[in-house]
Design a protein around this ligand. Structure first.
Ligand code: SF4
Length: 572
């Protein structure tokens, strides 16, 4: 496997072999992107300047038949948080990258004109992208497929990325061809925009360069696990993440009215069950895989009354932050919001949090979906209004002088109220990535180790330990290129150590694999400290400690000091 350094200004391409002796040999995905950011990016640099890098990395297991292993990690210094950032994404291109023998693309420097990078097995070249400027992801992908073939893999930015808005995403095309998968959090699309790379197109390689030390053993380990996932996640496959809508509202933890409440009285109108009925009745699609090896298949396609595609992969977080959080109780409106966010290339979570604050501050009426859609079109145009709303919730709050902002380290809080889901509060407060549920989702049913007492979801019992382990195990999965829906658990760490040994001929113990996760987080914390994002900043917004959530009357009660010293466990 190789690293490919691409200087976008000089248009130079340098291949670096990853040998057994290389420090990168057992690093992929988040592990690799964070290591490169730690080693090569000056921590106080301007995230949109020439010193920042954008790393696009496949995982250590990507390109193998291990279930759900087709994810890409996109990393860099975040324009949103100013700290280290990794956001991972499914879709087509990661497997193609790995099969082409590429572990990571490292984009360096800045250039003047928009370009496209074409990856064709051993050859990587630049083409002009001036004709694609200002295109939304949907039209862009259609044109690229027409020109380079239906089966290409694509990473791209929409207009938001081109304008370097701090809420911009990097899109990847899904298996159906839609630009529905996004490395969404942290504004990484703005880094790609600063480097003027509109898209990276990967031509499907003939054959695969992925090698196995012991393929028979690898298959013996991964096949039964694939079967187990397909059978045990039946309900999740049918309803997908929207199934959480009613459950989280029932707990009193769904963001409602900009985190003033945790339960939404119109939840039936935007529930996962209602969405399921709608999709079936209109002839949309359910149980869709977003990447080739997925065994769970949690995605969906939403169509309108005439059967025309509205959006792909309407997810819980999008529905919660733009639905109950903004008091929008209409599934078609949420599907349109999702479509526009995907097309323009903005993170639906950060955008929904921003709109909630806009409504809370009185700038927009609660529930005004038409206005939300209008604002998205302003973001597409790059108008002053668009810039106000497209640079993240903290920028919006600062500009309008409103202080009650649901964020941690500059990133909007995701779809689980930290006052109620106590383990999630720990992840939000302590993750090097800001308020990011994907860094360690302590939701119902999550137990890092069997037989341990982690209390109830809504109490503080052992939540520091639970979040700590889930954050580390998730970091390992992110580095393998594996979707965390397989479960960030100790037993899956054991499985990962065995499949890595079968693939790479290593002799890793489960503790060795867990130590990989710990080392990655150590590096991320070191980078953040140098960037000015210190452990003293591990906390949640004051209002979550002062205002009790409605209706279950809870506040954040874990002391700030516990969050601040949280990562000392790494060295115990
Ligand atoms: S479980 Fe869902 S998010 Fe994960 S890889 Fe499969 S389709 Fe994608």
């Amino acid at each position: 496997m190789r690293l490919v350094r691409i200087n976008v200004n000089e248009e130079s391409i340098n291949f670096e072999d990853i040998t057994k002796e290389s420090k990168y040999y057992l690093l992929g995905g988040r592990g690799l992107s964070s290591q490169i950011v730690h080693d090569e990016v000056y921590p106080t640099c301007d995230p949109l300047g020439n010193k920042n890098k954008l790393i696009i990395a496949s995982g250590l297991l990507t390109g193998s038949p291990f279930p759900n292993s087709g994810r890409t990690s996109v990393g860099g210094k975040s324009p949103l948080t100013n700290g280290i950032k990794e956001a991972n994404v499914g879709g087509r291109p990661s497997m193609m990258l790995a099969s082409s023998g590429i572990r990571a693309l490292i984009l360096e420097d800045l250039c003047q004109n928009f370009k496209l990078i074409l990856v064709d097995q051993n050859e990587i070249k630049f083409e002009s992208a001036e004709d694609y400027k200002k295109l939304g992801n949907y039209e862009l992908h259609e044109k690229l497929r027409k020109k380079y073939g239906e089966r290409i893999g694509i990473y791209s930015i929409g207009p938001a990325g081109e304008m370097m808005l701090k809420n911009a995403t990097v899109a990847a095309n899904d298996l159906e061809g839609y630009p529905s998968r996004h490395a969404a959090r942290g504004g990484l699309g703005a880094i790609m925009g600063s480097k003027k790379i509109k898209a990276i197109v990967i031509i499907p390689p003939k054959g695969s360069k992925v090698k196995f030390h012991d393929l028979k053993r690898f298959r013996e380990l991964s096949k039964p696990f694939t079967k187990y996932l397909a059978e045990s996640r039946e309900v999740f496959s049918t309803y997908g993440t929207p199934l959480l809508m009613k459950a989280v509202s029932g707990y009193g933890a769904i963001p409602t009215k900009s985190f003033r409440m945790g339960s939404y009285k119109e939840i039936e109108d935007i529930s996962g069950e209602k969405l399921h009925e709608l999709v079936i009745a209109r002839g949309g699609k359910k149980r869709i895989a977003c990447c080739p090896t997925c065994a769970i298949k949690c995605s969906n396609i939403i169509v309108d009354e005439n059967g025309n595609h509205i959006t792909s992969s309407l997810e819980y977080e999008t529905m919660a932050l733009n639905g109950s959080n903004c008091m929008i109780n209409d599934l078609d409106s949420l599907a349109k919001i999702d479509h526009l966010c995907d097309d323009i290339g903005v993170d639906t979570i950060e955008f929904g949090v921003t709109m909630g604050v806009a409504m809370d501050s009185g700038k927009i009426q609660w529930g005004d979906a038409e206005k939300v859609l209008e604002i998205l079109e302003e973001i597409r145009k790059g108008s002053e209004i668009g810039k106000l709303y497209g640079n993240g919730v903290c920028h919006f709050g600062r500009e309008i002088g409103f202080e009650r902002i649901p964020h941690v380290k500059g990133q909007g809080i995701s779809g689980y109220d930290a006052r109620v889901f106590k383990g999630m509060s720990v992840t939000y407060a302590t993750s090097p990535m800001g308020a990011d549920h994907t860094a360690g989702a302590v939701i119902a049913g999550r137990a890092a180790r069997e037989g341990r007492n982690y209390g109830e979801l809504t109490d503080n019992i052992n939540k520091l330990e639970l979040s700590y382990e889930i954050q580390i195990f998730t970091t390992v999965l992110d580095s393998m290129g594996v979707c965390y829906f397989i479960g960030p658990s100790y037993s899956n760490m054991e499985l990962v150590s065995k499949v890595i040994n079968a693939m790479y001929g290593t002799n890793l113990s489960v503790e060795d694999v867990i130590n990989i996760g710990k080392d990655i987080i150590r590096n991320e914390i070191k980078f953040n400290e140098k960037a000015g994002i210190t452990q003293d900043m591990n906390d949640l917004p004051e209002f979550l400690r002062k205002e009790s959530s409605d209706p279950i009357k809870k506040t954040v009660t874990i002391p700030k000091e516990d969050y601040q010293k949280f990562w000392k466990r790494l060295d115990e």
